[in-house]
Write a protein that binds this ligand. Sequence first.
Ligand SMILES: Cc1cc2nc3c(=O)[nH]c(=O)nc-3n(C[C@H](O)[C@H](O)[C@H](O)COP(=O)(O)OP(=O)(O)OC[C@H]3O[C@@H](n4cnc5c(N)ncnc54)[C@H](O)[C@@H]3O)c2cc1C
Length: 311
Amino acid sequence: MAEYKTKVLIIGSGPAGYTAGIYAARAGLNPVLVSGNQIGGQLTITTEIENFPGFPEPIGGQELMQRMKEQAQNVGVTIIDDIISEVDFSKAPYHCNSAANNLYCGDTVIIATGASARWLGLESEKKFLGFGVSGCATCDGFFYRGKDVAVVGGGNTAAEEALYLTTFAKSVTLIHRRDSLRADKLMQQRLQNNKKINIEWDSVVEEVVGTENPLSVNGVIIKNVKTDRTTKLNVDGLFIAIGHHPNTELFKGLLELDNDGYIVTKHDSCETSIPGIFAAGDVQNANFRQAVVAAGTGCMAALEAEKYLNK
Ligand SMILES: Cc1cc2nc3c(=O)[nH]c(=O)nc-3n(C[C@H](O)[C@H](O)[C@H](O)COP(=O)(O)OP(=O)(O)OC[C@H]3O[C@@H](n4cnc5c(N)ncnc54)[C@H](O)[C@@H]3O)c2cc1C
């Protein structure tokens, strides 16, 4: 068991965590960053990123996050591969225990634990992830210009993703397991009015199919849950839009969370309900879910932590 004492403890190694680390280290605060079980965060499960500024050619998610990690290390962030398992925010310095039985004490803490996309749990979904299966229309819609795509889900997110995809795709099929949508009425109307959108009601995805070499989706097998009939939809892409869950279990009852479990921060700030504890990235922002936004709020959190320590 080791004990780490730091002015700034950062939990999470996605774009928010690494960026917070870079700013805190360059401010001379010697931050310690705990990586968690997904080193590099969500971007490490995607193939090509075309919307992170500074990379004129698409860059792989793994490579982008490796570069952020190296940049953080180069400016002096201490990075520990460990998972925070328990936190005590009752008084500063704030104490966090870990899976490896280490104790981390931070005068300030920046929480950057992200949010996890919900997946269907199919083997074929995993196989084609990044090769036709996506969890983010804003990120990958552009790659489907003139193509046929499907979206799984029935809530506002699925409706929004389907509508967004019509900007690029030739057709969008919304696959929903029930006979009515959870999306609000206005969204439903917009879906119905859009000629590119077709809805497969009472249907679930059984399998994603495609070619092996190159790995590429060319269809999804769907089953109608009322008739048990299976059909193949010929699509080039499948977007999973069945929701996200913020990684905030550790902070329940300690920090103010919203109804969906995201950490509440003050307007135009990363300050949480406890002074000296900040939250950045997807864990405090369900609206944008983009790496550049996560990095931006990571920077904000570090600047605010510095100001707090200098008070
Ligand atoms: C398939 C896919 C493709 C995407 N494509 C794009 C894209 O092209 N462009 C774009 O801008 N965005 C994209 N996104 C969204 C982007 O990945 C997220 O917005 C971004 O990663 C959020 O960064 P974050 O730092 O807030 O959290 P995350 O990247 O989610 O990182 C969270 C970090 O917290 C750590 N953690 C969690 N719990 C603990 C714990 N208990 N102890 C210690 N550490 C912990 C995890 O290990 C992880 O390192 C995509 C997302 C997905 C799922």
